[in-house]
Design a protein around this ligand. Structure first.
Ligand SMILES: [Zn+2]
Length: 93
């Protein structure tokens, strides 16, 4: 398995599922792994290649808002995610 945000390898015990509802709520509040600090591994790789991050970021946002399946996050991403957006489903909307 890999982390849905940074593609890091995740073991069954090391990954944390995040409900689609929670992720969507965070996206609506501005979360984007390409632009949110702490999730910029993808963005850093693009910038290193001289590629603009904006198209990838907006593409990711559209996909994330349509995605109805739960997300699997590695420890790093989950820690950074909950630090900003919490993990209680009810708080997502
Ligand atoms: Zn990750």
């Amino acid at each position: 398995m890999v982390c849905d945000l940074c593609n890091a390898q995740v073991t069954a015990a090391g990954g944390t599922p995040v409900p689609a509802l929670v992720m969507r709520g965070a996206v609506l509040r501005g979360f984007n792994p390409f632009t949110t600090p702490g999730f910029d591994s993808n963005a850093a790789a693009l910038r290193a290649l001289g590629v603009s991050v904006e198209p990838a970021a907006s593409e990711w946002r559209e996909r994330a808002l349509k995605d109805a399946s739960d997300w699997l996050l590695c420890q790093n991403c989950h820690h950074a995610f909950t630090a900003r957006f919490g993990s209680v489903p009810g708080s997502a909307l």
